[in-house]
Design a protein around this ligand. Structure first.
Ligand code: MGD
Ligand code: MGD
Ligand code: MO
Length: 618
C-alpha cells in the first residue's frame, strides 16, 4: 500500500499527521537521544532505494556527516564489502570500479553473477541478453562461472559449475599456470608490480595445481585447463564478480585473485581489458591522488569490537547488537528494508522494536515501516527527476543520464532530500550548501550535484544521455603509490593460508539467487501462479535421495533457523546446491543467516555457500 502522508506512532495508534508535527516530533526525539547518549546513538541506513535517488542519497550522506555520527550503515556491507576492501588494500584507494572494455575486450568472464536476471552487479548491463550475446560472438568468448547453470550461463561460450564458495581455487590455479606455463605480461608487470611480491605470490600458489583446484571446485580438470588456456590465448581478460562470489566466505580471496589475474595479464587500466570508471559526475580522476599509507582497519562498533571497519560505515551485522547494547537508540532508514535484508530476522525485529525512534522514508508499507515511530512518504522514481549519482561509476560506459519526473507526486509526498534537510534543521545543522535552501526545486539540487560533471547539467538535461569514451591510465599513473599495485596484502595472505576454515564444509549448501520480477523485497508479485514465486531449486538426484518431488514443501535449515519453501527440481546445478531466492516476506531467507557467521575481514554476513540441511515436510 502506498504511503501518502506522514505518520506518527502514539502507543498502539499510528496516525497520519502533518509534516510539521511529524518532523518536529522526530527532531525533538533525536535531540534528546543525542544529548543523553551522544550522536553515535543516532544511526542512518542508506539503502537500495536511496542508491537510485540522486538528491536523496546525496542529502542522506550529508545528514550523516553533519550530525557526525559513526553509526552509518549501507547494504555495501551486506552485498559486496570485498570490492572496496580489495581496491583499498591493492591500490590504497577504496573506490576503484573496474569496467569491462566491451569494445576491445575479447574474453569476458562473469563469476557468481547472472546479468540476464540482475542486469549485473557493479557493471550495469542494459539489455543484458543482447550484451551477453555480443560478448560471446566469435572470436570473442564469454565464460560464466556459476554453481547453477544460470540464464547467463546459457548464453556463454563456455560455463563452469563449481562447488559454491570454491571460486577462489579456479583463480589460484589460473595464476599458478601463468607463473608455470606463461602468459604474464612482463612489460606491464615490471612497471606496475614489485619483484618481491611476484616471488611471494608464486610461492603462495605453488600447491594450486590442476588436480588440487579440480578437487576443491568439483570442476573437471579438462574444463579448468580450457579456462586457463583461454586466458593465455586471449592475453587479456575482463572478469566480473557478482553476489554469488561476493557474499561467500571466500569473497575476499576470490576478488583478490581475480585482481591479481588482471594485473599479471596487464588487463587493468588497459584497452582490451578493463578501465576504471571515475564517474561521469564524480570525476574521481581529477580529484584523487596516490595514497602511499598502508590501509589500516579501525575498531568496530562498541558492542562488536571484533568487527573490522575500513571505511566510514559500520557493518550491518553489528546493528542488532548495537541496538540491544543501547549504543544505537534511533535509526533513520532511507529506502531500505532491514527486516528483509539483515540476518536473523526474529532478533532484528526485536531490536528494531526496542529503538526509541525508527524513522523510515519509503514509498509503500513494508514489514519495516510497520515498526516505524515516524514514517515519511517520499517521491517514487516516476515522481522525481533524476540522474545516476550513487551508481555513477557502475555504468558500462562513461556516461550519464537525466530522466524528468513523469507524474505529479500524489498526496503529501515530498522529496527525500527535503526530508533529510528538514531533519538536519531540527538538529541545528544546515546540510544544504548555498545557494540551495529547503525551498529549492529537485532540479536545483540535481544541478548542484552535477556541478563538477564531465558535461554541463543543462546539456545532460537536454540530451537525456551523454556518453564519453572510457578513460584509461589514471589509476596506473595517478592513484597507485609509485605506479605499483600492492599484489600481496598481508590480510589476504592470512585468509589464504586459512582457506580450509573459510570455505564451506562438505555437504549441502545454500546459494543466493535474484528473480526477474522483483528487486530485493520490492515489487514482490502478488498474483498466485506468477513465474516469480519463492521456489528453492535443488538437484534432482539430491531430491530423489531424500524422497522429495517437484512442488513439495521442504524445510531448509541452518545453525541459525529454518525456512519452509516449495521446491523445483533441476539437473542444472551443482549437486550440493539449494538455490534460494531473496526478498520474500514470508519465505524470508534471512531467517537462515546469522550476524555471527561473518567474514572476519569485513564483518559481511555469509549469504551464499552456507552449510544447510534439507528435509521433506512430514
Ligand atoms: N531482477 C532483479 N535484478 C536485481 C536485483 C533483484 O533482486 N532482482 N537485485 C539487485 C542487487 S541489490 C544486486 S546486489 C545485484 C546482484 O546481481 P548478481 O550478483 O548478478 O545476482 P544474482 O542474479 O543473484 O546472481 C548471482 C549468481 O551467483 C550464483 N552463485 C551463488 N553462489 C555461488 C558461488 O558460490 N559461486 C558461484 N560461482 N556462483 C554462485 C547464483 O546461482 C546466481 O546465478 O542485482 C541487482 N539486480
Ligand atoms: N539472506 C540474504 N540477505 C540479503 C541478500 C540475499 O541475497 N540473501 N541480498 C542483499 C542485497 S544484495 C541487498 S542490496 C540488500 C537490500 O537491502 P535493502 O536495501 O534494505 O532492501 P530492499 O528490499 O531493496 O528495500 C528497499 C526499500 O526501499 C523502498 N523504496 C522503493 N523505491 C523507493 C523510493 O523511490 N524512495 C524510497 N524512499 N523508498 C523506496 C522499498 O519499498 C523497500 O522498502 O539485502 C541483502 N540481504
Ligand atoms: Mo545488492
Amino acid at each position: 500500500m502506498r504511503i501518502l502522508s506522514p505518520r506518527m506512532r502514539h502507543g498502539a495508534s499510528f496516525q497520519s499527521t502533518s509534516w510539521d508535527k511529524a518532523l518536529g516530533d522526530a527532531s525533538e526525539r533525536l535531540r534528546a537521544i543525542i544529548s543523553e547518549s551522544g550522536v553515535d546513538a543516532v544511526g542512518t541506513y542508506l539503502a537500495t532505494a536511496s542508491s537510485f535517488d540522486a538528491a536523496g542519497r546525496w542529502a542522506a550522506e550529508r545528514l550523516t556527516r553533519v550530525m557526525g555520527t559513526r553509526s552509518k550503515y549501507t547494504p555495501t556491507s551486506i552485498d559486496t564489502p570485498c570490492k572496496p576492501l580489495i581496491s583499498q588494500l591493492m591500490s590504497g584507494f577504496p573506490g576503484l570500479v573496474p569496467v569491462l572494455d566491451d569494445k576491445l575486450c575479447t574474453l569476458s568472464v562473469f563469476v557468481g553473477c547472472n546479468p540476464v536476471v540482475s542486469h549485473g552487479h557493479l557493471n550495469a548491463l542494459p539489455d543484458p541478453v543482447v550484451r551477453l550475446r555480443e560478448l560471446a560472438m566469435s572470436p570473442k568468448e564469454l565464460w560464466v562461472i556459476d554453481s547453477r547453470v544460470s540464464e547467463s550461463s546459457r548464453l556463454a561460450t563456455k560455463y563452469l559449475v563449481p562447488r559454491p564458495g570454491s571460486d577462489f581455487a579456479i583463480f589460484a590455479y589460473v595464476i599458478h599456470e601463468l607463473f608455470s606455463i606463461g602468459g604474464i605480461n612482463r612489460e606491464y608487470v615490471s612497471a606496475h608490480a614489485d619483484e618481491a611480491d611476484l616471488n611471494s605470490l608464486k610461492g603462495l600458489l605453488s600447491e594450486w595445481t590442476l588436480e588440487h583446484a579440480s578437487a576443491v571446485t568439483g570442476c573437471e580438470p579438462e574444463e579448468l585447463r580450457e579456462f586457463s588456456a583461454a586466458i593465455r590465448r586471449h592475453g587479456k581478460a575482463a572478469i566480473q564478480t557478482g553476489t554469488g562470489s561476493t557474499m561467500s566466505g571466500a569473497a575476499n580471496l576470490t576478488e583478490w585473485l581475480i585482481w591479481v589475474t588482471h594485473i599479471l595479464t596487464g588487463s587493468y587500466d588497459s584497452p582490451g581489458g578493463m578501465w576504471f570508471h571515475p564517474g561521469f559526475i564524480r570525476q574521481l580522476h581529477t580529484r584523487i591522488s596516490a595514497n602511499a599509507k598502508q590501509p589500516q582497519r579501525k575498531l568496530g562498533p562498541r558492542s562488536r569490537p571484533e568487527l573490522p571497519v575500513w571505511g566510514d560505515e559500520f557493518p550491518c551485522s553489528a546493528m542488532a547488537d548495537e541496538i540491544e547494547a543501547g549504543n544505537l537508540r534511533a535509526l533513520i532508514v532511507f529506502g531500505g528494508n532491514p527486516l528483509s535484508a539483515f540476518p536473523n530476522t526474529a532478533r532484528m525485529r526485536r531490536a528494531l522494536q526496542q529503538l526509541d525512534a525508527l524513522i523510515v522514508l519509503d514509498v509503500v508499507e513494508t514489514e519495516t515501516t510497520s515498526l516505524a515511530s515516524h514514517l515519511f512518504p517520499t517521491k517514487g522514481q516516476l515522481e522525481r527527476a533524476d540522474i545516476p549519482y550513487f551508481v555513477d561509476q557502475f555504468n558500462l560506459d562513461n556516461s550519464t543520464q537525466f530522466t524528468p519526473a513523469i507524474v505529479e507526486p500524489t498526496g503529501e509526498i515530498r522529496s527525500m532530500w527535503w526530508v533529510a534537510a528538514k531533519l538536519a534543521d531540527g538538529l541545528g545543522h544546515n546540510l544544504l550548501p548555498a545557494p540551495l535552501t529547503a525551498e529549492s526545486s529537485d532540479l536545483d539540487v540535481l544541478g548542484f550535484i552535477a556541478g563538477r560533471a564531465a558535461a554541463p547539467f543543462e546539456e545532460i538535461q537536454q540530451s537525456g544521455y551523454i556518453a564519453h569514451a572510457p578513460i584509461f591510465g589514471w589509476v596506473l599513473n595517478q592513484i597507485l603509490p609509485g605506479g605499483k599495485w600492492r599484489l600481496v596484502p598481508d590480510e589476504l595472505v592470512g585468509q589464504f593460508n586459512d582457506w580450509r576454515q573459510i570455505t564451506a564444509p562438505q555437504g549441502l549448501l545454500i546459494t543466493n539467487r535474484r528473480q526477474p520480477k522483483h528487486l530485493n523485497s520490492q515489487h514482490i508479485p502478488h498474483r498466485s501462479g506468477s513465474s516469480d514465486s519463492p521456489l528453492a531449486i535443488i538437484n534432482s538426484s539430491t531430491a530423489q535421495n531424500l524422497g522429495i518431488k517437484s512442488g513439495d514443501d521442504v524445510i531448509v535449515s541452518t545453525e541459525n533457523g529454518e525456512l519452509r519453501i516449495a521446491v523445483t527440481l533441476s539437473d542444472d546445478l551443482h549437486a550440493d546446491v539449494i538455490s534460494l531466492p531473496h526478498g520474500w516476506r514470508d519465505v524470508n531467507v534471512s531467517m537462515l543467516t546469522s550476524e555471527r557467521d561473518v567474514d572476519p575481514l569485513t564483518g559481511m554476513v555469509i549469504q551464499t555457500a552456507l552449510a544447510a540441511r534439507l528435509r521433506p515436510v512430514n
